[in-house]
Design a protein around this ligand. Structure first.
Ligand code: SF4
Length: 476
């Protein structure tokens, strides 16, 4: 079986949703999970509360697979619900790791959905285990629930605060008890988390605002870095976590992860991605006939490139969206099957043309090399690659599933050597300065560690997803 994502693409990693004060809270969460499907396809779940108990349904697969019958949603009672789409950046993709995680504590049942990676989870987990804690999952997220359960603070919200003040790294999370729903974002604000309002006064929080569009919620503002919002019978109130200081929002959310129709970190993704494409023309102009993108994540940057260069944007590669999570390789081997099943070149567009291919990022380079071969075979006379991000030189410890440094093509080859590897006529990357000039706010508001090695939050040790449950994923 071959995993759905092409081998050298960066991977998405989880989306969260919370709805408070709505008679159909679980239905709203379910629709939102559809909108956030791009952030994780391994599994998903919803937990709801009617003030007396929690109700949960979760499973492996896409939202459509897990919530395959209307009766399922009818079992998720109550006016509060949280939901989660999972892509495993820590822990394996077993059913036990699908979120929201539900545990029983002295406060009653608690459920948690978490996006991001905790960088001190190894030391925290070892300490908790040495004190007798028994973990039911192999994810970093469960640490937070253990810390809440063991807290001696009197009030529940103080227990949550104490737990969040003890963890380091990236978290945009939703937490549900019988009585309240809590949304929180780490002090650096690595991952996005937006606050919205539904008709009738219900509240919603979501990883991306595209979820609000589907359920008819109005975007109010971002949940601030280091902010914890409590929704309960008294309404909504905001509290501050310790350590808020330097912002470190993940710039890769603009480059690749988030949907172009979302608003994150105070700006529309579409607008920022177009700026990347425009800046790329200024930094690496090229004499060519057409611009194509590697769909879908590069579409918007390619449109920006086409607009600024005056070249015509064409659909030269078609992506198959209906593959599912895995597919079965035919016994008779087909060369480059994994890439072929996902992308197909359009000969009528490419034949006899000098082609600029805009790609959002290069991780290992193997998929892009194969795509280049397809484009040439379809008759392109020249192939020029333009990348709407700088070379990726370092791994990410805050939630992005990059391979090890040795496997990152740019960490051990020059741009000219990468061009030779890709067998293309020219190759140009967006500069770090160009990238930072295209995003809103100050350059210092962003994490750029995978490009420059400046990690804004120190980590215990390199955070390996296989640490607690062994190597489960095949090599990519
Ligand atoms: S290292 Fe890169 S991918 Fe990871 S949080 Fe920082 S910018 Fe994002």
């Amino acid at each position: 079986m071959i995993p759905q994502s092409a081998p050298d693409e960066p991977r998405e990693f989880c989306g969260v949703i919370g709805v408070h004060g709505h008679p159909e809270a679980a239905e709203m969460a379910y629709l939102s999970l559809y909108a956030l499907q791009h952030r994780g396809q391994e599994g998903c779940g919803i937990v709801s509360s009617d003030g007396i108990r929690l109700y949960k349904h979760l499973g492996q697969g896409l939202v459509n697979d897990v919530f395959h019958a209307p009766e399922i949603l009818r079992t998720l009672k109550g006016g509060q619900a949280i939901g989660h789409n999972r892509y495993s950046t820590t822990g394996s993709d077993q059913l036990i790791n699908i979120q929201p995680i539900v545990v029983n504590s002295k406060e009653g049942p608690l459920a948690l959905g978490h996006n991001g990676n905790l960088v001190n989870y190894r030391s925290l987990r070892e300490r908790l285990q040495s004190e007798g804690a028994i973990f039911q999952t192999s994810t970093d997220s469960e640490i937070i629930l253990h810390l809440i359960a063991r807290s001696r603070c009197g009030r529940f919200t103080e227990c949550v605060k104490e737990a969040l003040n003890a963890v380091r790294g990236a978290y945009s999370l939703v937490l549900l008890s019988r009585e309240c729903l809590i949304a929180a974002r780490d002090p650096g604000g690595f991952r996005p988390l937006a606050l919205g309002r539904l008709e009738g006064g219900a509240w919603a929080v979501a990883s991306e605002t595209c979820a609000f569009d589907l359920i008819g919620a109005e975007y109010v503002r971002d949940v601030e870095p280091g902010e914890m919002i409590v929704f309960d019978e008294y309404g909504m109130r905001s509290e501050k976590l310790e350590g808020a200081g330097r912002r470190s929002s993940c710039i890769f959310e603009f480059i690749y992860f988030s949907r172009p129709d979302s608003r994150i970190f105070g700006e529309c993704v579409d607008k920022t991605r177009r700026k990347f494409g425009k800046r790329l023309v200024e930094e690496h102009p090229v004499d060519a006939d057409i611009v194509i993108s590697v769909p879908d994540s590069s579409n918007t940057a390619a449109l920006g490139f086409a607009r600024r260069s005056g070249l015509k944007f064409e659909l030269g590669l078609i992506r198959n969206h209906y593959i599912g999570r895995t597919f079965i390789q035919p016994q008779q081997s087909i060369r480059n099957f994994g890439v072929k099943v996902k992308f197909n070149p359009v000969e009528g567009v490419l034949k006899g043309r000098r082609v600029v291919v805009v790609e959002d990022s290069i991780v290992r380079g193997t998929t892009l090399r194969t795509l280049t071969q397809f484009i040439r075979k379809a008759g392109a006379t020249e192939v020029h690659i333009r990348v709407s991000s700088p070379p990726i030189l370092h791994p990410c410890y805050y939630g992005m599933d990059f391979p090890t440094r040795e496997e990152l093509i740019a960490s051990n080859r020059s741009v000219e050597e990468i061009r030779e590897f890709l067998q293309v006529d020219s190759l140009g990357y967006l500069s770090r300065e160009g990238m930072l000039a295209s995003v809103p706010g100050e350059g210092g508001d962003y994490c750029t560690a995978c490009f420059d090695g400046n990690y804004p939050v120190p980590f215990d040790d390199p955070v390996e997803k296989i640490h607690f449950d062994g190597p489960l994923r095949e090599a990519r």
